[in-house]
Design a protein around this ligand. Structure first.
Ligand SMILES: Cc1ncc(COP(=O)(O)O)c(C=O)c1O
Length: 367
């Protein structure tokens, strides 16, 4: 099976892990060990942010950002429903209400016009997601939030190496959250990061990462243990160095696959609008005018050929059993996309020959 994504781990990562193990420094009481500090510095430089705070998962990163902004019961947070559940989960965890809005049919990202319609007196934060690795349309979102005095948390968990109007994810947001889960463009196995230019928020999130402590046993606020272990940070430093190479290979694979699939009139290929740079975390196509059953049959046929085809996201969050209590929504584009999209492997481990095989198999199964 050609997996949809696969961690790209080499000798350098293995050596870095062994070195940390031999050093005996596996973690730090406040989450700021030497490797974590180095990784944070390098990552902040990479995304041109003032601060980077490393944590144990992308979900923890989102939770710290939202809790750090003081979001709580009585507040509303606007987000797309077409995303991984973690984006909504952290809103519910702090007791606030997730308010789901529809996506743009071409990019699958949150629609800035729909955000405007959903803003109420209770709205505090907008959470756009850079879905599949394509940045959300951040400029109009920023203009809108500034007008209303709101803040933005960008879920960039899939967007390492992407850019928007020449700037890395997070440039138009108050905070951006990243995941280093094993499937991501760069990985630490599990891991996360928050980047921000806000000094006060950064300091607060650093305390909250480790029990609200500035000094040990002096909790200043409610916190967690969201610390990133030293081994993970050591892997992260190497993966970050390799990221440009990984990104170039993903781009090359995506371009080759698009060239193959261009003749399929019933397929909507992934877009990279002018001014955007895709991270190609997921190469997602849409089987136009198809019902869910037809898409599912196509996915199954491709899997039988050994192509790790997946659907992100088969169930939009507003339709998940737990999240139905937050309101009845009719999100036309979201629900349509969930029935028609599927993703194909383009990760750096996929060869040109395999891309050709994937392209030919898709053409054969859909035409
Ligand atoms: C869009 C999105 N948000 C949040 C997350 C959560 O990250 P993690 O799995 O590291 O907790 C992920 C990754 O799985 C994601 O893809």
């Amino acid at each position: 099976m050609i997996p949809i994504n696969a961690p790209q781990i080499g000798e350098e990562e293995i050596e870095a892990v062994v070195k940390v193990m031999k050093s005996g420094v596996l973690t730090h009481g406040l989450g700021a060990g030497p490797m974590v500090t180095k990784f944070e510095k390098k990552f902040a430089e990479f995304v041109k942010a003032k601060h980077a705070i490393a944590v144990n998962t992308g979900t923890s990163a989102l939770h710290l950002a939202i809790a750090g902004m003081g979001i709580k019961r009585g507040h509303e947070v606007i987000l797309p429903s077409f995303t991984f559940v973690a984006t909504a989960e952290v809103i519910a965890i702090v007791g606030a209400k997730p308010v789901f809005v529809d996506i743009d049919a071409e990019t699958y990202n949150i629609s800035p016009e729909e955000i405007e319609k959903a803003i109420t007196k209770k709205t505090k934060v907008i959470m756009p997601v850079d879905l599949y690795g394509l940045p959300a349309d951040m400029q109009p979102i920023r203009e809108n939030t500034d007008k209303h005095g709101l803040r933005i948390i960008e879920d960039s968990c899939q967007a390492h190496g992407a850019s928007y109007k020449g700037k890395p994810p997070g440039a138009f947001a108050d905070a951006a959250c990243w995941s280093f889960y094993a499937s991501k463009n760069m990985t630490t196995g599990e891991g996360g990061m928050i980047t921000t230019n806000d000094n006060e928020l950064a300091e607060k999130m650093r305390f909250m990462r480790s029990h609200g402590e500035k000094e040990k046993y002096e909790s200043l606020m409610l916190g967690h243990n969201y610390r990133m272990p030293e081994i993970q940070a050591a892997i992260g430093c190497i993966q970050l160095k390799k990221l440009p190479k990984f990104s170039a290979k993903r781009r090359e694979n995506a371009k080759r696959l698009s060239a193959k699939l261009r003749k399929a009139e019933n397929l909507q290929l992934p877009k990279e609008p002018r001014g955007y740079k895709h991270s190609w975390y997921l190469y997602t196509v849409r089987l136009k005018d198809a019902k869910r059953k037809k898409r599912d049959r196509t996915v199954e046929k491709l899997r039988q050929k050994g192509i790790g085809t997946e659907v992100y996201y088969v169930n939009p969050i507003h339709l998940m059993p737990y999240y139905r209590k937050f309101g009845k929504y009719k999100l036309q584009e979201t629900e349509k996309a969930a029935k028609q999209v599927f993703s194909l492997p383009v990760h750096p481990g996929v060869t040109a020959k395999q891309i050709d095989f994937i392209g030919e198999s898709v053409l054969h199964d859909i035409m």
